[in-house]
Design a binder for this molecule. Structure first.
Ligand SMILES: C[S@@+](CC[C@H](N)C(=O)[O-])C[C@H]1O[C@@H](n2cnc3c(N)ncnc32)[C@H](O)[C@@H]1O
Length: 354
């Protein structure tokens, strides 16, 4: 069993799940491939109706583990128009596309990512040929929402953001202004039917308080509270998602059991209420995991559990703390789930015998 698990984990990490001799894995990959093909056809039909020509770029079956596709468009204007048209199907851009952001996209970028979070999240990269200057400017110098949020210039003054960005980054580095939130990555929801197995791995029951650090639309919390009778605390930095999470919590009558905190889950200290949690849930890009995991392991109560899931390998998070890793496959997706238990503080002979 352990060997089958490690073979599956390795295949997921290499994005080659479809290639191993495992009937369930093949079936899951087939289901994902079919869903992506259907969705791409819907997207292209909406764009055609709007007079926007888009072609599937690259090898559409390059990843059969992820609900993702890349579309090639003529230029940034077409990509922005496509992003707006696809709001009709529930897609949201991962970044601002209005005001000064529109000019920045036009001059410096060649990809805009949009996503729709349903039972599964479908991610679509809208791509266009880069401009000469955009091709040469290092990505780190291209302004983004943190810069637009730092200073609000009218749209016509958008080039000033090329100065705001380095200035802001230097000031944050020197501690002269608080670091910008959102550092943990964009909204990519956990597929609905993976939530139960993730909660099982954490042994979530009615006595628990589950904390989702970067809770998105609070789907993990809403599911856990409704199914397991626990309490939930969500921390989310995107105001749109905070409003959406609170709306869904209220709609499902869970206001007395779930609190959504608008805040930074990447701050040096976990939010005060969240520290009381007994299970911590983390689904953010693998590169964002180590500092947050380290804080949970250092600040949460002993005996709390930390659950993380990823399709990419994680570095060692805490030498000396066992990390249990299991592959999870469902009709809607695949992931590798990890559990770490917060250890009791080390008691020395001096503590026992003053
Ligand atoms: C990959 S999504 C996971 C959503 C949800 N936990 C789930 O599994 O469905 C990561 C979430 O973290 C949020 N996020 C990113 N940086 C953050 C930060 N510094 N503080 C709080 N939330 C953050 C994003 O807005 C997004 O909703």
């Amino acid at each position: 069993m352990a060997n089958v698990d490690s073979e599956l984990i390795d295949a997921i990490h290499r994005d080659q799940l479809a290639d191993i001799d495992h009937p369930e894995a093949k079936a899951v990959c087939r289901a994902i491939g079919l869903r992506v093909a259907d969705e791409v056809a819907n997207v292209i039909a909406v764009l055609e109706a709007e007079g926007i020509a888009a072609a599937v770029a690259g090898d559409p079956s390059a990843s059969v583990q992820r609900h993702s596709a890349t579309l090639q468009l003529a230029d940034a204007d077409q990509a922005i128009a496509a992003a707006r048209a696809l709001a009709a199907l529930g897609y949201r851009p991962w970044e601002q596309i209005d005001g000064p952001a529109e000019s920045v996209l036009r001059h410096f970028r060649h990809t805009l990512t949009i996503a729709r979070a349903d039972d599964v999240t479908m991610v679509v990269d809208l791509r266009w040929p880069p401009t000469r200057i955009g091709d040469r400017l290092p990505a780190v110098l291209i302004p983004n929402e943190n810069d637009y949020r730092a200073v609000a210039f009218p749209r016509s003054l958008w080039p000033l953001y090329l100065l705001v960005r380095p200035l802001r980054l230097v000031m944050e580095k020197l501690g002269l202004r608080p670091a910008s939130g959102q550092a943990l990555g964009p909204f990519l929801s956990t597929p609905t039917d993976l939530i139960g197995p993730l909660l099982d791995l954490a042994d979530v029951d009615a006595d628990d308080t589950l904390v989702d650090l970067g809770c998105g639309d609070a789907r993990i919390l809403r599911h856990a509270v409704a199914e397991r009778g626990c309490r939930g605390i969500g921390v989310e930095s995107d105001p749109f998602l905070v409003t959406e999470a609170r709306r869904l919590v209220t709609r499902e009558g869970l206001d007395n059991r779930i609190v959504i905190i608008e805040g930074d889950a990447n701050a040096d200290r976990l939010p005060t209420d969240a520290i009381e949690g007994s299970v911590f849930f983390l689904f953010v890009p693998a590169y964002s995991v180590p500092p947050v995991a380290a804080r949970v392991l250092a600040q949460a109560r002993p005996g709390s559990r930390l659950i993380i899931h990823e399709q990419h390998p994680l570095p060692e998070l805490a030498p000396g703390i066992e990390m249990v890793s299991v592959p999870l496959l469902s009709g809607q997706g695949v992931t590798v789930a990890h559990r770490l238990d917060v250890p009791a503080p080390v008691t020395t002979a001096a503590d026992r015998d003053p």
